[in-house]
Structure formats: structure tokens, C-alpha cells
Design a protein around this ligand. Structure first.
Ligand SMILES: Nc1ncnc2c1ncn2[C@@H]1O[C@H](COP(=O)(O)OP(=O)(O)OP(=O)(O)O)[C@@H](O)[C@H]1O
Ligand SMILES: [Mg+2]
Length: 417
């Protein structure tokens, strides 16, 4: 009777050990497929434009087929082990009844004992089945727990890492100092994206950054906002960048990225996105007016309560940029970094917003760094820094650079090399 337990346990442990890997594989394949679906939905217009629906459908079909095969393999194996468990119980039931009947016929035991033996056996198999179920569920939980611990062990985003030495700093001033900074992306450590960057930006200055596509402009500003980790010395307001916490940077530095990030929420909440302090409806309206988006919002159904779709795709590219810019006027940062933040706007809108940024700069003493391909955007800058292949190659005022032979003049005149 007792032998049914070790044999049953052997089957369960065999089932768990052979199925653990495939459970992980199934989980990862499903996650990958979800990721692919989200990616495809995001690019639905390109898929229509290029008529690549069939190719994408084929790709998904191939993956689904792989997933189906894996699932089938897993379910067949599970059914096989479940069968083995029942066979184990059946074999031992027959053995228990058979042996006890033989013993009763030889009058070693009574007929009553046969019945008792069978009843005892059935009392044993009930909990054994429960134990099998619990062990199986436990193994599934271990797979999920492993995944969770794998995530927990990932290194903390460097941007949030506490300072190794010295107390956390406070950003009082808003000048920027960069000394001999180099940067490479971790996946390509041998390729220097930025090299020997040395900069000194006085508080309240308006600095432009220009250079060919891919030269490292966005990387440079990410490095200044502690979004990428560079080698070298970087100080904001005289404080070493590594001593500034994410919270301190978020309160004082605003970065408007090349592609605005909007959430599937109301226009109002999108403008207030990330604000820690309470803001009044009047402040939000004022910020929208300065970003030249107030009139557009009024025309939307529900106005500020209009709900954006994921990524703000129910707005135009320029409207999305202006909502991202409205956040800046609400925040009134000490340092403002614009990465092609007005690239999708018409000249009139761009000029209006620029004049509002200049007013904010005068009122709050904001240091402004602006990246632009449309060089007219940089006409009013105090100084323009020109980058090429990760190095600063020219710097000076707009007129000065436009008159000097070099990459800036070539860009201004549209000369392709
Ligand atoms: N996350 C990343 N991982 C690896 N390489 C990257 C990453 N982001 C950018 N790069 C590479 O770094 C280089 C500089 O990119 P960056 O985005 O700074 O260029 P950029 O000057 O802003 O260009 P653009 O004017 O087109 O926006 C490019 O060669 C790019 O391929
Ligand atoms: Mg860029």
C-alpha cells in the first residue's frame, strides 16, 4: 500500500523536471508575441502604406505555429504523466485487492480485513492526488517566481542610483560645466559617440546645438540630464551631476525630447504630467496659451477633458509637440533642454513659442539649450555649438558661424558633402 507513494512521487518529480523548461519557453514566447503585436499596431499606418500586412501576417503565423507546437508538446507530456499517475494507482489497487484476496483464501487474513485493506488504500490515494496537484502548482509558481527574481536582480537604472560618496547635492545655480566627457553606448563600447566634450555654459545663456544627423546631439543632452552615463566631469549649477538625485533633476531640468511622450489620458493630465505640486486650472490654461495650443484644445470635444489615444495619435504631430512644450511653461525649470522640440511647427507658431520661452528666460533666468536642424530656430542664440562625429568642431554666434567656412555654413547654405 505504502509503495504507491514513492512511485507516485517519482512520476510527479519527473513531470516537474521535464516540464519546467518548456513552461519558461512558453511564457517567453507569449511575451514576445505580445510585444510584436503592440509593435505592429503602433506601425499600422506604415504597414498599410507599404502593404506589408501579408508579410507581417505570415511572420505572426509562423510564430503562432511554433507556439502551438510547443503548447501541444507540453499538453501531451502532461496528459502522459497524468495517465502514469492513474496507472500507478490502478496497479496498486489491483495488487492490494489481489494480495489480500489470496491471503484471505489461505485464511491468513479474514474477508473483513480485505475490505479494510481496500478502504485504507482508497484513503491513501485521495491525499496523494491532492499532493500531486499541489506539487504541480508549486512548480508553476517557481517558474513565475524565478522570473520575478530575475527582474528584481536587474541593476538599478543608473539615473536613480544613489551617489556612492558624499551627500546628495541641491541644484542652486544653473550654469553647466562639462570637462573632457566621452561617451559610448554599452552595446558598442569601442565606438565613441562623443569625444573630448568640454563646455562651459553661463547661467541664463541661450545655447544652440547644431550638426549633421547622427553626430551625437541628442546623446549630449541625455548625458547632461543624467539619462546616459558619460566618462568625464559634468557639473550643473556647480554640483557634480552624480550627486544630483533624479528628483532634484526632475524639479529643475526640463527636457523636451525629439518624439514627445504623451499618455492615454486627458489633455489636462498630459499637460500636468509629472508635476509634483498642485497646479490650478488657470496655470494649465496659461501654459497651454504660451505653448500656442490653447485654441486647438478649446476646439476638441470636451476641451481639456478630451482623452488622447495611446501616444496621442488622435492629435497632429505639431499639437503633440505643443502639449509637450506646455509642460515646460508649467514647470518653469532652471535649465531647459529642447531637442528638435519645435521641428513639426509652422514658422509662426515656432516664433510665438520662442518669444514665450525668451520671456520665461528673462523672468526666471532659465538656461536654455536648443537642438535644431532648422537653423533659423537658432538665430537668437547667444552661442551655437556645432558637433560633427561626436566632437565640437565650431562654436560662436549665428552670424559669425554663417560667415566662416565650415560645417555650419555648409548646413546653412544646404551644401551636401
Ligand atoms: N540607444 C542607442 N544605442 C546605440 N546607439 C545609439 C543609441 N542611440 C543613438 N545611437 C547612435 O549614436 C549616434 C548619435 O545618436 P544621436 O541620437 O545622439 O544623434 P543626433 O545627432 O541626435 O541625430 P539626429 O539629428 O538625427 O537626431 C548615432 O550613430 C546613433 O546610431
Ligand atoms: Mg537627435
Amino acid at each position: 500500500m505504502i509503495l504507491v507513494i514513492p512511485v507516485g512521487m517519482f512520476i510527479v518529480f519527473r513531470q516537474i523536471s521535464t516540464q519546467k523548461g518548456i513552461r519558461v519557453e512558453l511564457m517567453e514566447t507569449k511575451a514576445e508575441m505580445d510585444g510584436t503585436m503592440v509593435e505592429l499596431l503602433g506601425g499600422i499606418e506604415t504597414i498599410r502604406t507599404l502593404d506589408s500586412a501579408q508579410a507581417e501576417g505570415g511572420r505572426i503565423e509562423a510564430r503562432s505555429e511554433q507556439l502551438r507546437k510547443k503548447e501541444m508538446r507540453h499538453h501531451r507530456a502532461m496528459a502522459f504523466y497524468d495517465c502514469l499517475k492513474f496507472v500507478n494507482e490502478a496497479v496498486f489497487s489491483v495488487l492490494v485487492i489481489g494480495i489480500s484476496v489470496v491471503l484471505a483464501s489461505q485464511r491468513v487474513i479474514t474477508v473483513g480485513t480485505v475490505l479494510t485493506a481496500y478502504l485504507c488504500f482508497t484513503q491513501l490515494t485521495g491525499p496523494l492526488r491532492e499532493l500531486h496537484r499541489i506539487l504541480d502548482e508549486f512548480s508553476e509558481c517557481i517558474v513565475l517566481a524565478d522570473d520575478y527574481f530575475r527582474m528584481v536582480e536587474l541593476p538599478l537604472d543608473f539615473s536613480y542610483q544613489p551617489q556612492a560618496s558624499g551627500p546628495a547635492g541641491r541644484l542652486e545655480g544653473n550654469g553647466i560645466e562639462v570637462c573632457c566627457a566621452d561617451f559610448s553606448y554599452p552595446e558598442k563600447p569601442e565606438e565613441k559617440i562623443l569625444q573630448g566634450i568640454t563646455l562651459s555654459i553661463r547661467p541664463g545663456a541661450f545655447i544652440g546645438i547644431a550638426g549633421p544627423s547622427g553626430c551625437g546631439k541628442s546623446t549630449l543632452i541625455k548625458m547632461l540630464d543624467k539619462l546616459e552615463q558619460a566618462q568625464g566631469e559634468i557639473r550643473l549649477g556647480g554640483v557634480e551631476l552624480s550627486r544630483l538625485s533624479r528628483q532634484e533633476l526632475a524639479e529643475n531640468v526640463a527636457l523636451v525630447p525629439q518624439t514627445p511622450f504623451l499618455v492615454a489620458d486627458t489633455v489636462y493630465n498630459n499637460i500636468c504630467y509629472g508635476m509634483k505640486r498642485q497646479v490650478s486650472a488657470e496655470e494649465v490654461r496659461d501654459a497651454a496659451r504660451k505653448a500656442n495650443i490653447a485654441a486647438d484644445i478649446e476646439k476638441l470635444p470636451g476641451g481639456y477633458a478630451f482623452v488622447l489615444s495611446e501616444g496621442g495619435t488622435n492629435l497632429s504631430g505639431g499639437q503633440r509637440q505643443r502639449i509637450a512644450l506646455a509642460r515646460v511653461f508649467l514647470r518653469k525649470p532652471k535649465i531647459l533642454i529642447l531637442d528638435e522640440a519645435t521641428s513639426a511647427l509652422d514658422n509662426t507658431s515656432e516664433k510665438y513659442i520662442q518669444s514665450e520661452i525668451e520671456k520665461m528666460k528673462e523672468a526666471c533666468g532659465t538656461t536654455v539649450i536648443s537642438i535644431a536642424h532648422r537653423l533659423t530656430t537658432l538665430q537668437n542664440c547667444d552661442e551655437i555649438i556645432v558637433i560633427d562625429k561626436g566632437r565640437i568642431v565650431q562654436r560662436g554666434a549665428f552670424q559669425e558661424l554663417a560667415a566662416t567656412p565650415g560645417i555650419f555654413r555648409d548646413m546653412a547654405l544646404g551644401i551636401i558633402k
